[in-house]
Design a protein around this ligand. Structure first.
Ligand code: HEC
Length: 134
């Protein structure tokens, strides 16, 4: 108990620094999860070979918009933007969310795991993409 309240006080004092640390932990965990769940099909760098579309800058990107990638008609015609909510729905049940996609089902239902992967995807996206979120 005492240790806990000391920790709580330390967090309060540390404030933003502690929040940064938490964000870093999420990104690191997200990278590990991404390596395990997504990397075998998705490169991060657009120049690396990738079975699925590269996911660099995916946050707030229009779906199906990587030049030269052969998307399914379903994804290309979806007209959606990859907001955090859309990415969660996709991770949870991609072929339910978008019938006709050629991405094999990944059923990541655990919100914490989704959070971590989202933190990682955000870390590999530039802020400029935010402008697309209307
Ligand atoms: C078995 C291979 C495979 C795995 C594993 C996989 N994907 Fe995919 N992913 C694909 C393919 C193929 C597409 C293209 C789908 C289409 O055109 O319908 C895709 C498309 C996507 C897109 C749409 C991108 C765009 O440019 O519109 C996102 C986002 C995505 N995947 C995220 C993930 C995440 C996050 C994971 C891990 C949790 C993951 N994928 C795991 C194969 C995979």
């Amino acid at each position: 108990m005492r240790a806990l309240s000391t920790l709580a006080a330390a967090c309060l004092l540390a404030g933003p620094a502690m929040a940064d640390t938490f964000e870093e932990v999420k990104v690191t965990a997200g990278k590990t999860l991404f390596e395990g769940e997504c990397r075998r099909c998705h490169a991060v760098e657009p120049t690396d070979p990738s079975y699925g579309p590269p996911l660099e800058n995916v946050l707030y990107r229009a779906a199906g918009s990587v030049e030269g990638y052969d998307y399914s008609i379903a994804l290309e015609a979806s007209g959606i933007v990859w907001t955090p909510a859309a990415l969660r729905a996709w991770m949870e049940d991609n072929d339910g969310f978008m019938p006709g996609t050629k991405m094999r089902h990944v059923g990541i239902e655990d919100r914490t795991v989704q959070d971590f992967i989202l933190a990682y995807l955000t870390s590999i996206s530039t802020k400029d993409n935010k402008a697309l979120d209307q």
